[in-house]
Design a protein around this ligand. Structure first.
Ligand code: BES
Ligand code: ZN
Ligand code: ZN
Length: 481
């Protein structure tokens, strides 16, 4: 969708369908000539309500408040509603206030995220008529407002493109996206974005003693891939390492999942796709930080070479792990990737993973679970979630939970002995692979809930959402200031 921002005073040849944003319970924006029709259509003026009046060429939309989060959601819902209609052009008059930049950014992100559709596998995809959105800014005498809005448009476009890239990869089938495909995708992204790329295969993973990562790959015909993307601008002072779980499919392994639970497990690569999206955005925004994106791409399959419950694996840092359940594979992959990540001597280290069903039970389908040892870091992630319109809640570690991971035969077990608190014990398992000196630099984001959904919600479509991309780009942007 093309978006053009102009001054309200500038004439537009074809404004198309006019979107009228109406503050909740406030009739001041309603046109006199539309009042009768609106009444007949049962317009109540509530937030989130739409009323399309095709005859008058206007669409009324109720706005609960003028917060960026509301604007983002309303725009996404509105565009989703219009996607199967026959309007090619939309126009919208917008009066920004002190928060001009944030409001415009949210508005455009909402529009571009709402316009996302995944039709890759449809033999006859529906044609989308909608092509253009004119945003007419009543900036008054201030040229600065208009310039801010134009900058917001540029950045929102970069972010939305990155989120949509993550969605596109997650939504593709396990047949089409294997660990090897993840490496090919990394090559394309690196080339397009000017990122450095290093890819390591099975030989390296074995040679480096990454026995936990390697074990998960054993039943699959595809070799595991350790993907390392780097954005390193001259003069960068802070080094951040991001680590993503990239299970291109999770059957559960020999502890095979039931049919119901296995369906949608193509989304178990969402953490990795989040990293792809973030790295693309970081490069396009030219953030003055050194950012590394590490991805453990692998398939958890069933087969004669499968790793087994009772196996004892050795991770890169020498710790031994008793496998009690082959379906708790993500933490095994991440354990080794986190060891690799720490060799880079980062100032901050964040991992992103669809790690546990327990996190979805705890927080519901819309919220990211955040864990770690450093309150300041967790607070900064929470603020970035709020600013970017993602939902995040902290799950607290405590002194009693680590004992639940003890093993009689190895240093640690890959599952907890308790059926409760599974998201936190998974986080604590990862923490065991974080060196003491790095504990306060690390946070874990469990995106199992929001990464993939069976119904559209807010700015997110059915299927993959690109969870974590906006949050992390916002967090990195803030860190770079
Ligand atoms: N990939 C799953 C977690 C998951 C579940 C993500 C549902 C998204 C939606 C993970 O590998 C897994 O299977 N975890 C197990 C852990 C258990 C065996 C301790 C789980 O959550 O049941
Ligand atoms: Zn699993
Ligand atoms: Zn998994």
């Amino acid at each position: 969708m093309k978006i053009k921002i102009s001054d309200l005073k500038d004439k537009i040849a074809d404004p198309g369908l006019e979107i009228v944003l109406c503050p909740e319970n406030d009739g001041s924006e309603l046109r006199k000539e539309d009042k009768g029709a609106l009444e007949r259509m049962g317009w109540k003026g509530k937030g989130g309500e739409f009323c399309l009046l095709p005859e008058s060429g206007r669409l009324y939309a109720g706005l609960k408040d003028r917060s960026p989060a509301e604007l983002r959601i309303l725009m996404a819902e509105l565009i989703r509603f219009l996607l199967d209609k026959n309007f090619s052009t939309l126009s919208l008059a917008f009066a920004p206030d002190k928060q001009a930049y944030e409001m415009m950014k949210a508005l455009i992100e909402g529009a571009l995220l709402g316009a996302y559709r995944f039709d890759h596998y449809k033999s006859r995809p529906e044609k989308i008529v909608l092509q253009k959105l004119f945003i007419r800014v009543s900036a008054g005498k201030e040229d600065r407002q208009l310039a801010l809005c134009k900058r917001a448009e540029k950045e929102a476009r970069i972010i939305a493109k990155s989120v949509n890239l993550a969605r596109d990869i997650v939504n593709q089938t396990p047949e089409d996206v294997s660990p090897l495909t993840m490496s090919e995708l990394a090559k394309t992204i690196a080339k397009e974005s000017g990122l450095r790329l290093r890819i390591q295969g099975e030989k390296y993973i074995k040679a480096q003693g990454m026995g936990a990562f390697y074990a998960v790959s054993k039943a699959s015909p595809y070799p595991p891939q350790l993907i390392h993307l780097t954005h390193k601008p001259a003069g960068a002072k802070t080094k951040v390492v991001l680590v993503g779980k990239g299970l291109t499919f999770d059957t559960g392994g020999l502890n095979v999942k039931t049919g119901d639970h296995m369906l949608t497990m193509k989304m178990d690569k969402a953490g990795a796709c989040t990293i792809f999206g973030v790295m693309k955005a970081v490069a396009a925004l030219k953030l003055p930080l050194e950012v590394h994106g590490i991805i453990g791409a692998v398939e958890n399959a069933v087969g004669q070479h499968a790793y087994k419950p009772d196996d004892v694996l050795k991770a890169k840092n020498g710790k031994t792990i008793e496998v009690k359940n082959t379906d708790a594979e993500g933490r095994l992959v991440l354990a080794d990737c986190l060891c690799y990540a720490q060799d880079l001597k980062p100032d901050r280290i964040i991992d992103v993973a669809t790690l546990t069903g327990a996190c979805v039970v705890a927080l519901g389908e819309y919220t990211i679970g955040a864990m770690g040892h450093d309150q300041t870091l967790l607070d900064s992630l929470r603020r970035s979630a709020e600013a970017s319109g993602e939902l995040l809640a902290e799950l607290p570690f405590n002194r009693y939970l680590p004992k639940l991971l003890s093993s009689n035969v190895a240093d640690i077990s890959n599952v907890s002995s308790s059926r409760y608190g599974g998201a936190i014990t998974a986080g604590l398992f990862l923490s065991e692979f974080i060196e003491e000196k790095n504990k306060s630099k690390w946070a874990h984001l469990d995106i199992a809930g929001p990464a993939y959904s069976s119904a559209a919600w807010g700015e997110n479509p059915i299927g993959a959402s690109g969870a974590g991309v906006r949050l992390l780009v916002e967090w990195l942007t803030h860190l770079s200031l």
